[in-house]
Design a protein around this ligand. Structure first.
Ligand code: GDD
Length: 318
């Protein structure tokens, strides 16, 4: 069996490729950059692809003939979406449409199984008061990123109901792990801690909103859920949106405290006003009942283990 991962050299792409290779699949990846991208999975063949060029996507699909397409390429930062709305809509909506239109024109349109990646940000302004959010909840995205991903969920439904393309849309909540680039809370905090340990930063860690609560899952558990969803046999996931999450909310303060407990360094915490966002949903917890009933998925990696692994990987690389 063959899998094609778009955005294959990113954080999630690398973990997914590694998982699929271990599962015995032939794995191909696409990247928007011609060169200089790091690929830690030598078994995966990474090819340059311009997602603005639908003909090039069709050619690549006909050449590789993947059984599975994992569409991870896109603009993944909620924070950056506030300053680059057009780029966010283009990267997440237009390029997903290009992929789906290319699939329609390809020789594999009837057989290929496609996964799109959305976000808990699609739920946005819903005030759950900490109650786990289920997929039927009305979408009220507040960030440009959330709006773009909510649109992708509608595109997934559209291409399945109108053209019977087997596509399932995932709504991962916060996912973390080794290899995540800076700009996300765990990588930002961990990197600062390691820089302080190494003497590259004075003993002060700067942080944003510590009162927010988020539902964190290790990226290695997330990619396993993606694979299980595309392999499910009863055709119940097509056109559907499915949460991928732990079902528990943890405060950012708790994340910080756990990371600080894993270092010997003496560290002072300072809140940086520039790190606060125009809008920051207080609590996000996902209901993972649908994912579990469709696939039998369970979370296997505890939060403490993930945080420890993130620190170790940054210590080893810097
Ligand atoms: N990035 C960052 N840096 N966030 C901080 C910091 C900091 O120094 N201090 C506090 N925070 C808070 C943010 O305000 C937010 O409430 C929370 O930590 C999580 O922020 P991020 O890690 O940046 O993640 P996100 O929730 O905005 O987006 C992530 O999760 C989404 C799913 O919920 C991304 O992975 C998205 O791609 C994903 O869709």
């Amino acid at each position: 069996m063959k899998a094609l991962i778009t955005g294959a050299t990113g954080f999630v792409g690398q973990h997914l490729a590694s998982y699929l290779v271990d599962e015995g699949l032939q794995v191909y990846g696409t990247s928007r950059n011609n060169a200089g991208e790091i690929n830690n999975v030598p078994e995966m063949k990474v090819m340059f692809l311009d997602f603005n060029d639908v003909t090039a996507i069709v050619d690549l699909l006909n050449k590789v003939r993947p059984d599975f397409v994992y569409h991870l390429a896109g603009q993944s930062s909620v924070k950056d979406s506030w300053t680059d709305k057009v780029g966010t809509f283009h990267g997440n909506i237009r390029l997903t449409m290009n992929l789906m239109e290319a699939i329609l024109q390809s020789e594999i349109r009837d057989s290929v199984r496609v996964l799109t990646v959305g976000s808990s940000e699609e739920y946005g302004g819903f005030d759950s008061k900490g109650v786990p959010i289920a997929e039927e909840t009305i979408l009220k995205p507040t960030s440009p990123y959330g709006i773009s991903k909510a649109t992708v969920s509608m595109l997934a439904r559209h291409y399945y109901s109108a053209y019977q393309i087997k596509v399932t849309h995932t709504r991962p909540f916060n996912h973390i792990g080794p290899g995540q680039r800076l700009g996300f809370v765990v990588s930002d905090f961990s990197n600062q801690i390691v820089q302080i340990e190494k003497g590259n930063q004075n003993g002060v860690i700067s942080v944003g909103n510590l009162s927010a609560k988020r539902d964190f899952t290790d990226v290695r558990d997330i990619v396993r859920a993606y694979s299980l969803l595309l392999n499910q046999q009863n055709d119940l996931a097509w056109g559907e949106s499915i949460n991928v999450c732990s079902g528990k909310a943890i405060s950012i303060q708790c994340i910080l405290d756990t990371l600080l407990s894993l270092t010997e360094a003496s560290i002072e915490v300072v809140v940086d006003q520039n790190k606060l966002r125009p809008l920051d949903i207080p609590v996000f917890t996902g209901d993972n009942t649908k994912l579990k009933s469709l696939t039998g998925w369970t979370q296997t990696i505890k939060l403490n283990e993930t945080l420890r692994d993130v620190l170790i990987s940054i210590r080893n690389e810097t």
